[in-house]
Ligand binder design. Structure first.
Ligand SMILES: Nc1nc2c(c(=O)[nH]1)N[C@H]1C(S)=C(S)[C@@H](COP(=O)(O)O)O[C@H]1N2
Ligand SMILES: [Mo]
Length: 363
């Protein structure tokens, strides 16, 4: 792992480690924490569901696991800060880790549908948002705050959103939110709250720092200190306070070869991932060896997992000397990735979805 911090623990796998598996092994899955990982005894864990509901409820783990049908889903998580390093190279981004292309991973998650719980407690029609709370305390906000976020009710009641206690058929590790975490497929990783202990149905988005202030896409000249919720714009319109991030943007990158690799000239396998986010799918992945003047299509691995990344590969004929390899993906709406990260620079370094590029040398 490439470790950015040990306390809180923040790390992403190498490109080679992430490459080639639809499901990322647990010891390879990226870790993004804003505070110390809490140790929660499953026997003492409780989940409280309250707010705008007919019957507030408190559940033990056993009740959660037996009261509702169990579902599994293969879903990719992607941090909004993934690929920030390429933005920080353009203009520094203080206080934020220079995440590379591997702050994204995929697992099979097993648990119950949030929708089933919300139906059970009788969520009120007025509740436009569903907020999550967790016990881990972060010293990033001043004063320190526990972690939390929210998602719109329309997403919260969609069948893909789970409260999961298993990851790749193993008990959910404490590092990834065990005993129970929220998994919001298609949304930025920040909304998949780990160690969840509270679910509240409410009229407004969460006022937790990690929903209201962080994870907002600001204009390039904005001061992140001024990021604040703008509840006057409940439709999530970008204002000077920034756009609150929800769905993941179309993105892709190269996992093999590694950036900077020294290789032998000749036929060379190139592979990586592409991910469309929310209810879009990857339609095509293009590779260029001439900085985007011409493109060839990569082969998409045959998987039919609507909430997972698409892995792709192709073989290029590598000439002697330095080369660059560029990737861009297209989604089912016909959208593709922007070319230039410089045009995407923003003060917190979120959502770099510019073309993926590596520079290699062959002899
Ligand atoms: N309670 C809690 N949940 C959290 C976080 C956190 O710091 N605390 N980090 C979020 C962010 S920003 C991301 S990208 C994902 C990362 O999940 P992982 O560490 O299992 O990869 O968890 C999210 N859920
Ligand atoms: Mo994240």
């Amino acid at each position: 792992m490439v470790v950015y911090d040990t306390d809180p623990y923040n790390a992403e796998p190498s490109r080679a480690a992430l490459d080639g598996h639809l499901l990322t092994p647990l010891d390879t899955f990226y870790s993004r924490n804003h505070g110390p990982v809490p140790t929660i005894d499953s026997d003492h864990w409780r989940l409280r569901i309250d707010g705008l509901v007919d019957h507030p409820l408190e559940l033990t783990l056993d009740q959660l696991q037996t009261r509702y049908p169990t579902h599994s889903i293969i879903a990719t998580l992607q941090c909004a800060g993934a690929r920030r390093a390429a933005l920080a190279a353009i203009q520094p981004i203080p206080n934020e880790a220079p995440w590379g292309p591997c702050a994204t991973s995929t697992a099979q998650w097993t648990g119950v549908r949030l929708a089933d719980i919300l139906t059970d407690v009788g969520i009120h029609p007025r509740a436009e948002h569903v907020a999550f709370t967790a016990p881990d305390t972060s010293t990033i906000p001043n004063p320190p705050q526990t972690y939390g976020s929210s998602i719109p009710r329309t997403k919260a009641t969609a069948p893909e959103v789970l409260l999961a206690w298993q990851m790749n058929n193993e008990p959910l590790p404490a590092l990834h939110g065990g005993p129970v975490r929220i998994v919001v497929p298609g949304y930025i990783g920040a909304r998949s709250v780990k160690w969840v202990t509270g679910i509240t149905a409410q009229t407004e988005p969460s006022n937790n720092y990690f929903q209201a202030v962080a994870y907002r896409l600001l204009t390039a000249n904005a001061n992140p200190a001024n990021a604040k919720p703008d509840n006057a714009k409940p439709d999530n319109t970008a204002t000077t306070a920034g756009l609150s991030l929800t769905s993941v943007a179309l993105n892709s990158d190269i996992l093999q070869p590694d950036d900077g690799a020294q290789l032998q000239a000749g036929p060379t396998r190139v592979s990586g991932y592409a991910y469309a986010g929310d209810n879009r799918r990857i339609a095509r992945v293009d590779i260029s060896t001439d900085d985007g003047r011409t493109w060839r299509q990569a082969h998409l691995n045959d998987t039919d997992e609507p909430w997972a990344w698409s892995l792709w590969h192709t073989t290029i004929d590598l000439p002697i000397g330095p080369s660059t390899i560029t990737v861009r993906a297209w989604d089912t709406t016909g959208a593709t990735q922007p070319e230039d990260p410089a045009k995407l620079w923003n003060p917190k370094g979120y959502i770099n979805n510019a073309w993926g590029r590596i520079a290699i040398t062959a002899s």
